[in-house]
Write a protein that binds this ligand. Structure first.
Ligand SMILES: [Zn+2]
Ligand SMILES: [Zn+2]
Length: 308
């Protein structure tokens, strides 16, 4: 970018980033505002959030450079509506958020036992990954039932939505598709994705406007990779190295139209199926639950009570 390039939104401050979807050159402040507006739109469209309601925000298993910056925006938005945020995170990520402790309640859950249930019950690669992805949803729903919280946010960038869609399509893992929906409902709880319309690159740029967190992040990443269970590490490296997925992923990243239009195609494709009563995955049995929820739900006390 030429040195004197100005922000195309405000025309005042220096531009530092070209936004991926619009091609606009933005300054830090205008990038922040554009991401904030994008999240507000998704929240009002998908979350059904009301004033002063509690929110359960379910973290990703894997650390992202934008984790803290994104949560800060969500905290800011929700404080305008007096919503209290409960952050459900995992032992290897808890110290990420130590600067935000005044504005959130942190709940730490070790998911390793649940993930191991997947490796016992689903020992082929495709099923294991699908099961692994369900675990985050189930942990969130279980905690929300436990705490009587009606709104869950499970952030998943548009790139990851795309990746899961492609995975589901290539490997006929139809249960994966529900993990990409912007909104789901279970027993009066609305589960939604606040970053359904945001791409990873914009969030990375956002985190660069927040440089103070970089040192914390670097330390956290090191701790994460040295402490994590070797079985999960093995699984992660396998997932990220899969050739077909990587190629399709790259294709999606190079075509914005493809990345943003595929969910409509996929929902048409799956519209003839019934839905799992817990996770909303398409099913073709008469048991009302997908094969993952069927296997896993008995390990979640509150969820399984609903089916007793
Ligand atoms: Zn600007
Ligand atoms: Zn299910």
């Amino acid at each position: 970018m030429p040195e004197a390039s100005l922000c195309e939104k405000c025309g005042v401050r220096e531009a530092f980033y070209i936004k991926r979807d619009s091609g606009e050159k933005l300054c830090k402040k205008c990038l922040y505002r554009s991401i904030e507006r994008n999240i507000i739109r998704s929240l009002s469209r998908y979350s059904g959030l009301r004033r002063e309601e509690k929110i359960l925000y379910v973290d990703t298993f894997i650390p992202n450079i934008w984790d803290v910056s994104l949560l800060k925006i969500i905290i800011k938005i929700s404080s305008n509506y007096k919503n209290q945020i409960y952050l459900l995170t995992f032992p290897w990520k808890q110290h990420f958020y130590k600067d935000l402790m005044d504005s959130i309640f942190q709940i730490i859950i070790d998911p390793v036992n649940y993930i191991m249930l997947c490796s016992e019950g689903f020992n082929d690669y495709i099923s294991f990954i699908t099961c692994f992805t369900k675990i985050r949803y189930l942990i969130g729903v279980e905690k929300a039932l436990d705490m009587n919280i009606k709104k869950i946010l499970i952030p998943c960038t548009r790139n990851d939505v795309f990746l899961k869609n492609i995975f589901s399509f290539i490997y006929s893992a139809k249960e994966m598709i529900s993990e990409t929906y912007p909104q789901r409902v279970f027993d009066e709880i609305i589960i939604s994705n606040p970053i359904y319309n945001l791409v990873t690159e914009d969030l990375i740029a956002l985190s660069l406007t927040d440089v103070k967190d970089d040192l914390v992040l670097e330390k956290s990443l090191q701790q994460f990779f040295s402490s994590i269970d070797h079985r999960i590490k093995e699984f992660l490296s396998k997932f990220l190295n899969d050739e077909i997925i990587r190629e399709m992923y790259t294709l999606g990243l190079s075509s914005r139209e493809f990345m943003f239009s595929h969910p409509n195609l996929m929902s048409k494709y799956y519209s003839r199926y019934k839905r799992c009563r817990i996770c909303s995955a398409p099913i073709d049995n008469e048991k009302h639950l997908c094969r993952y929820c069927l296997t896993l739900h008995s390990s979640f006390e509150k969820i399984s009570k609903i089916f007793r």
